[in-house]
Design a protein around this ligand. Structure first.
Ligand code: TXE
Length: 484
C-alpha cells in the first residue's frame, strides 16, 4: 500500500462492536472523471438498444444478485448491525428490477405523444425521449443497498448509465454487489459504484448529467447548490418529521400497534418513520397506556443478532443526536414513560423504544428529525387542532391518520401537507413504489416523484419534433398592422 493510498483510506465502524474493522479507499477526482468518461462512451450503445433489451440485461443482473445473496446479506448485515432487513434487501432490488422490466416499456410508450396541434392544425408533432447520459446517485446509510438502487434501476431502464456513491458509513455491501454487476458485462459498462465520503460525492456531481440524492437536509442543500452551479437537474429525498393523527373513534389497540411499528421499525432509522403522535384527548390516556405496554415488549437484538426486534444505531453520532433531543425534552418538562437514553452494549449503541408525553412544539424532539426509536405523544381537542399541529413543521415527507373509518381518516389525510399519507396504518409508502406518485413538501425534498410512472420519466429529456404539413408562411406576407 503506498503512502498516498493510506492517506486516502477511510475507516468504517462496525455498529455492533464499535470497532473499526473495515476500510475503504475512495477514488481520486481524476479517477472518477476517467470512470465516468468510459461510462459515457458505453451509454451510447446502451441507449440505442431497444428498451426490451435493457430489461433483459437487467433481469440477468437480478439473477446474479439472487445467486450472490448470501455474501450481500452478510456484508449489509455487518454494515447495519441487523439481520432481518438486510436479508430482505436483495429481494427489494430484484423485485424493483423485475417490476420495472415488466412495466417500463409500456410507460415509455405512453409518454411518446404524437398528433396534430390544437392551435395550429396543419402542424403535426411527435415526441422523442432522450435519456440523460449519466445519472449520479448519492445515497445514505439507513437502507444501504435499497436506497442506492432505487433510482438507478429505472434510470438504467430509461437508457442512462449510472454511477452510485453510497454512504461511507455502510460501504461493505458494495464489494459483493459489484461482483454481481461484473457477471453481466454489458451492464458493468454502464453501472458502477464508487466508495467514499463527501468529496467523492462532489466528484460524482462534477461529472454527471443528473443527480438523485437521498440523505440529510444540510447535505441535500449543498448537493442542490452544486447541481445548480452546473445547471443539471437534481432530485432530493430528504428527512421527515412525520406526524400521525389518532382520532377519538380509532381502535386504540390497533392504533398503538401501528404507531409503535411505524416509530421503532429499523430502530426508527427510516426517513418516513412516525416521529410525532397526536391523539384525541378522550382516548389519549388509554392509548399511551397501551403504547407503553406494547413498547416494553420490544426487545433489543443484543447479544444475538438473530433474536429480538430492533438493532443498534448504525451511525454512532446519531445516538448522540437522539439522546440530546430526549435531554432537551425532559429539561423542558416532558415525561419519559418508558425507554430512555441510548446504552452501550458490547460496543454497539442501542436504545429501547422511548415514549414521551408532556411534549410541546418548542422542543427539539418535535421539530428536528430524530431518526431513532422515540415516540413523543401530544393530546389534541378538535380535528382542526390536530391538522394544525401536524402541519406545524419544516418537513413534509409523509404522515398518517388512524380513525374510526377510512372515510374519516381520508378527510384528515387530505389536509396534511406531506407527500405520502397512510390511512388506518402508518409507513405504507414503500408499497406504492411503482404505482402511485408522490412529491415531498417543504424541506423534505425537491423534484419529481421517485415513485410511480413519473419515476422513470425523470431520466428523459423530452423533445418535440414538429412538421408543417402546409407550405411555410411567406415572411413577405407577415406585415405590420395599421394602428387599431
Ligand atoms: O446523511 P448525509 P447522513 C438524515 C438523518 C441523519 C442525517 C445524516 O436525519 O441524521 O440525514 O445522515 C454524501 N457532496 N437521513 O450522514 O450526511 C454522504 O457521503 C456530495 C435521512 O447519512 O446527508 C452520503 O453518501 N455528497 C435520510 C450522502 O451524502 C455528500 C436517510 C448522505 O449523507 C456531501 C439517512 C457533499 N458535500 C439520513 N457530503 C432519508 N431521508 O432517507 C456528504 N455527502
Amino acid at each position: 500500500m503506498t503512502a498516498e493510498v493510506r492517506r486516502n483510506t477511510l475507516p468504517v465502524r462496525n455498529p455492533r462492536t464499535g470497532e473499526i474493522d473495515y476500510h475503504i479507499t475512495p477514488p481520486t477526482a481524476d479517477e472518477v472523471a476517467a470512470i465516468t468518461a468510459r461510462q459515457r462512451e458505453a451509454q451510447k450503445d446502451w441507449a440505442a438498444a431497444p428498451i426490451e433489451h435493457r430489461a433483459a440485461v437487467l433481469r440477468k443482473w437480478a439473477e446474479e444478485i439472487d445467486k450472490n445473496r448470501k455474501a450481500i446479506v452478510k456484508a449489509e448485515s455487518t454494515d447495519t448491525g441487523r439481520y432481518r432487513i438486510p436479508s430482505e434487501g436483495p429481494d427489494g432490488v430484484i423485485w424493483s428490477i423485475r417490476g420495472w422490466a415488466d412495466s417500463a416499456p409500456e410507460i415509455v410508450k405512453k409518454a411518446m405523444l404524437e398528433g396534430t396541434s390544437s392551435t395550429v392544425p396543419h402542424v403535426r408533432y411527435r415526441s422523442q425521449l432522450k435519456p440523460y447520459p449519466l445519472l449520479g446517485v448519492i445515497s445514505p446509510w439507513n437502507f444501504p443497498m435499497m436506497l442506492s438502487a432505487i433510482d438507478a434501476v429505472p434510470a438504467l431502464m430509461a437508457g442512462s448509465a449510472a454511477i452510485i456513491k453510497p454512504s461511507e458509513v455502510t460501504p461493505r455491501f458494495v464489494e459483493p454487489l459489484m461482483e454481481t454487476i461484473q457477471k453481466v458485462p454489458e451492464l458493468a459498462k454502464v453501472l458502477t459504484y464508487v466508495v467514499g465520503g463527501g468529496e467523492t460525492g462532489q466528484a460524482v456531481i462534477d461529472n454527471v448529467d443528473i443527480v438523485c440524492f437521498t440523505g440529510s437536509v444540510a447535505t441535500g442543500r449543498k448537493v442542490a447548490e452544486a447541481c445548480a452551479r452546473r445547471f443539471i437537474p437534481v432530485f432530493l429525498e430528504l428527512g421527515g418529521k412525520d406526524p400521525v393523527i389518532v382520532t377519538e373513534n380509532a381502535d386504540v389497540d390497533r392504533a398503538a400497534d401501528a404507531v409503535l411499528r411505524g416509530s421503532v421499525y429499523a430502530t426508527g432509522q427510516i426517513c418516513y418513520s412516525i416521529e410525532r403522535v397526536y391523539v384525541q384527548e378522550k382516548i389519549h390516556d388509554a392509548f399511551v397506556d397501551k403504547l407503553v405496554k406494547k413498547a416494553e415488549q420490544i426487545e433489543l437484538n443484543y447479544p444475538d443478532i438473530h433474536n429480538g426486534h430492533i438493532g443498534p444505531f448504525i451511525f454512532a453520532k446519531q445516538a448522540g443526536i437522539v439522546d440530546e433531543q430526549i435531554d432537551d425534552a425532559v429539561k423542558h418538562g416532558a415525561q419519559v414513560r418508558t425507554g430512555g437514553k441510548s446504552q452501550n452494549l458490547g460496543g454497539g449503541l442501542y436504545m429501547r423504544p422511548t415514549v414521551l408525553t408532556g411534549v410541546t412544539h418548542d422542543m427539539k424532539v418535535m421539530r428536528d428529525e430524530t431518526f431513532g426509536p422515540v415516540i413523543p405523544v401530544i393530546k389534541y381537542q378538535t380535528k382542526d387542532d390536530a391538522v394544525k399541529l401536524a402541519n406545524d413543521t419544516e418537513f413534509g415527507l409523509s404522515g398518517a391518520v388512524i380513525a374510526g373509518s377510512e372515510e374519516e381518516a381520508l378527510e384528515l389525510g387530505q389536509q396534511i401537507d406531506a407527500g405520502g399519507i397512510s390511512l388506518q396504518d402508518t409507513t405504507l409508502t414503500i408499497s406504492i413504489l411503482r404505482d402511485a406518485e408522490k412529491t415531498s413538501f417543504n424541506l423534505s425534498g425537491m423534484g419529481g416523484s421517485r415513485m410511480g410512472p413519473a419515476s422513470i420519466l425523470r431520466f428523459f429529456r423530452k423533445k418535440a419534433l414538429m412538421t408543417n404539413t402546409k407550405p411555410p408562411s411567406d415572411m413577405r406576407n407577415i406585415r405590420e398592422l395599421p394602428a387599431a
